[in-house]
Every structure is written in structure tokens, then in C-alpha cells.
Design a protein around this ligand. Structure first.
Ligand SMILES: [Zn+2]
Length: 95
């Protein structure tokens, strides 16, 4: 058989038996994203845990939520500051 195609291949090493096999880069990318189980040629189940992009996406979401929370606090404080400025000053009585 002559394979004459221009396909980008990635190598995968089975974490169980150590066999190294090739799959198309597109398929491997799909496995990385879906976390679906696949099998080495010897039948050992494999799956990818969270990818780097997943982890970074989660971190970004956390940061955005934290930023939004702080924005709300700042907005509230600014509002209170404006209200405090508008109120006429009441002097405290001296004891
Ligand atoms: Zn294996």
C-alpha cells in the first residue's frame, strides 16, 4: 500500500503499555477537546484530562468574575461618595 497524502500526524504514547502510535493531528485535537476515551492498539483506554486551553479558559473566567465583583464594589462606593458630597454637612455637637 502506498500512502501518498499530506496529513499532519501526531504520535501518542500509551501510558499503560508504552506503545507509540500515530493519529492525525485533527483527530488528536478532537480527543483533546472532547476528552473522549480512545484506545491504544493494544486496547488500553486513554483520555486527555483538562487541556492547557481549558485550564487557561477557567482561570480567565475566574479573573473576569473577580474583576466584575470588584467593579460593582467600586461603583457602589463611588455612588455613596457622591451622595455623601451632596448631603449638607452636619456638624457634630461638641460635648
Ligand atoms: Zn496500551
Amino acid at each position: 500500500m502506498i500512502l501518498n497524502k499530506n496529513i499532519e500526524m501526531d504520535d501518542i504514547e500509551c501510558c499503560n503499555c508504552g506503545v507509540i502510535f500515530l493519529v492525525s493531528a485533527r483527530l488528536r485535537k478532537n480527543w483533546l477537546e472532547t476528552k473522549n476515551t480512545f484506545y491504544c492498539p493494544n486496547g488500553h483506554p486513554q483520555s486527555y484530562t483538562k487541556s492547557t486551553s481549558d485550564k487557561l479558559r477557567e482561570q480567565l473566567n475566574e479573573k473576569e468574575n473577580s474583576l466584575r465583583f470588584k467593579d460593582n464594589i467600586i461603583t457602589n462606593l463611588e455612588k455613596r461618595l457622591e451622595e455623601a458630597k451632596e448631603k449638607p454637612k452636619t456638624k457634630k455637637k461638641k460635648k
